[in-house]
Design a protein around this ligand. Sequence first.
Ligand code: COA
Length: 345
Amino acid sequence: MYFFNKKGVTGLGARITAIGTYVPERILSNFDLESMVDTSNEWIIKRTGIHERRISRPDEFTSDLCVAAVNNLVYRYNKDLSDVDMIIVATSTPDFPFPSVASLIQNRLNIPQAGCIDLSAACAGFVYTLHTAHCYIKSGLHKKILVLGADTLSKITDYSDRNTCILFGDGAGAVLVETDDQVDNFIAFHLGSDGSGAKHVYRTGLANKIDGTALTDTPYLVQNGREVFKWVVKNIPGCINELMDKAHSNLDKVDWFIPHSANLRLIEPICEKLEYPMEKTLHSLVYFGNTSSASIPLAFDLGIREGKVKKRDRVLLYGFGSGLVHAGQLLEVDLDQPVNYSDPL
Ligand code: COA
């Protein structure tokens, strides 16, 4: 069960063995938004790269998207989930403050023995859940973990606010992380948060002040996009370099960079600072917008479905968002061979 990795350290290995994704059917295009707020298709594409996004039905919630993503995973990889021992869902838009989305989907997927938690790390949530699953498996206490990133941001978006409604969409991604006695595909990680920027993206709940400063009290997401933009461009490239140092590697060895799909115009300066080619970057924002914790698994899966991401490729995931929180994971891709191919998303 234990093995020696390249640095001579004994431990259990973990591997992402399968992936599945789902986006709702309804499309909200830039042209639709033109009739809702004072904006234009040209402005949105020029400033964000987004053409359209998917919006859940009024009776469709984050747990529904999660179940659909897991069903897609099972269909493609023929995975038996009856022995899954933990379900972790990254989301900022759970169906309820409690119970957790993980508990809701555990019941619907009929996995009664699994532990269930939701994890709150905004748009870095999926990478945090992956890291958490890796730690659980490395401890030897868990063997098979269902990891999800899912959000229905449309439910907390103010469609009269042109600063936010042009960005967000709904979606879900699921991966299965399993113990492996041969390899550990999780090469290196980097986590952090700068709580001094908490006031730049938030939704009020029980509290409506941060550090004594009153927040806009609304049921909707509030964002100072300019401040988030500046923070990301200033800080994230350095964090990525730190992660690569931890991996004793460099970006030349990274086959695909999958940053959070916040805004294409935000990804470009990150790549420029890192001197990393944009064409080796995968994102999900053109047709799905910013789907928060779903954006990275959606982009990963698009890369797989389009035949870009191959076995043994090194992928670098980097999420960032409200917190201001961030998380990165360098992985070697080693998924099982699918038994069914899914149509393009
Ligand atoms: N359509 C047309 N004009 C718009 C607009 C829209 N949807 N939104 C803003 N504008 C206008 C502004 O009113 C402003 O006009 P002015 O110069 O006359 O005052 C001008 O465009 C520039 O506004 P600004 O807010 O500076 O735009 P920007 O280039 O920063 O782009 C965002 C705005 C939101 C797209 C961008 O800041 C962003 O994506 N930030 C990161 C957000 C993010 O990642 N959030 C999620 C956290 S993970």
